[in-house]
Design a protein. Structure first.
Ligand SMILES: Cc1ncc(COP(=O)(O)O)c(C=O)c1O
Length: 377
């Protein structure tokens, strides 16, 4: 029996009827570009995230790009982010005309280390982009404090973490409520995934929302009148319809992911005690949505080969930290500059955690890992 890292067919069985109803609405209405269904989905996400505005965009990448474009970065302006993230986080800084400045991660959470961010601030810093990696939010209180003190924009890259929560100033806050703006991705493998690309920016700031709406339609809100040069970056109406049907399931799916994670946590305690691996640690005052369940292990590459040979889905997110990517050589970083990110890149492996994963499959994944290290379950 093989075990997939993610099996979207099982999810489709649950949502098929609801999805077909919403797709039929689009077909009946024949309103394909920014129609009422996009607005309905935007309102639903704004309510879900507890924010004032939600703007549907073509992808999570574009959500970052437009947010950064709205800062009107000048040559030499700096944006601080983590090197241990998906490429888009830093690629969009470059494409928005900024200079990516990396700060190392916290070795426990693998999210940006707020102290490293503080040290990376210069007079050219315009924004900080924490990434909520694998479903766990970066430590927002100190990042908000740094951003506020230096007067820079705080942009949450929440592509992997819609629905994640954290206690800040004694109250639970959802991702979206703690940055100046927050971006989501609806890439199919995300916790709320469409059937193609999609993304969104949420914010409480009226001016920011208005600017992003303008940027997504070629820089003008009135047809054929352009205040600035923008993009064609609209959330597709069919995707909005699919996502509208799926949103009511999201919290149940996140809870199921957490249940799978809790099972692995209990099962892998012995391996951690034996110094073989480290489980993902969720600091108190956080609720992860586990877009990935990511272990840090000894002998990562041989383990990956072993799991693949057994038909067990697994993946390495991410094998090369961004400061070592050839395209960013011009930034002048070299190996050893961000040791925690480099260590994480060498040790991480993500295993199946998706909501519909069956108990026997979890068991099989755990057994295969135990067998590799010669430990009885
Ligand atoms: C951390 C992070 N940022 C940005 C993105 C970009 O999102 P998209 O694939 O929707 O463009 C992704 C998703 O792939 C991501 O994981």
């Amino acid at each position: 029996m093989s075990v997939a890292l993610l099996d979207l067919k099982r999810q489709f069985e649950q949502v098929e009827a609801d999805v077909r109803i919403q797709i039929d609405r689009v077909l009946r209405e024949q309103s394909f570009i920014l129609g009422p269904i996009v607005q309905e989905f935007e309102a639903a996400v704004a309510a879900y995230a507890g924010v004032k505005h939600a703007v549907g965009l073509a992808s999570g990448t574009d959500a970052l790009l437009l947010a950064l474009r709205a800062l009107d970065l000048q040559p030499g302006d700096e944006v601080i982010t983590t090197p241990f993230t998906f490429f888009a986080t830093a690629g969009t800084i470059h494409n928005a005309g900024g200079r990516a400045v990396f700060a190392d991660i916290d070795p426990v959470t693998m999210n940006l280390d707020p102290a490293a961010v503080e040290r990376a601030v210069t007079p050219r810093t315009r924004a900080i982009v924490p990434v909520h990696l694998f479903g766990l939010m970066a430590q927002m209180a100190p990042l908000r404090e740094t951003a506020r003190r230096h007067g820079v924009f705080l942009l949450e890259d929440s592509a992997q973490s819609i629905g994640a929560r954290q206690v800040v100033d004694g109250a639970w806050k959802a991702t979206g409520q703690l940055g100046d703006a927050t971006t989501f991705s609806f890439f199919p493998s995300k916790n709320l995934g469409g059937y193609g690309d999609g993304g969104m920016l949420v914010t409480d700031d009226d001016a920011c929302a208005a600017r992003i709406r303008r940027l997504r339609t070629h820089g003008g809100v009135k047809m054929y009148h352009h205040d600035e040069v923008g993009f064609n970056s609209r959330l597709d109406t069919l995707q909005a319809a699919i996502l509208l049907a799926k949103l009511p399931y999201l919290d149940r799916w996140s809870a199921a992911r957490r249940a799978n994670a809790a099972w692995y946590d209990a099962r892998f305690a012995r391996l951690e005690d034996a110094g073989i691996l480290r489980r993902p640690l969720i600091p108190q005052g956080n609720e992860s949505v586990y877009n990935q369940y990511t272990l840090r292990v000894r002998d990562r590459d041989p383990l990956r080969e072993h799991l693949q040979a057994q038909g067990i889905g697994c993946a390495v997110y991410y094998p090369v930290p961004l400061h070592l990517q050839p395209c960013f050589a011009y930034l002048g970083y070299s190996a050893g500059d961000f040791p925690e990110s480099e260590r994480a890149a060498a040790e991480v492996i993500s295993i199946p955690v998706y909501p519909e994963l069956a108990a026997e499959e979890r068991e099989r994944v755990a057994r295969a890992i135990e067998a590799f290290y010669g430990v009885e379950g």
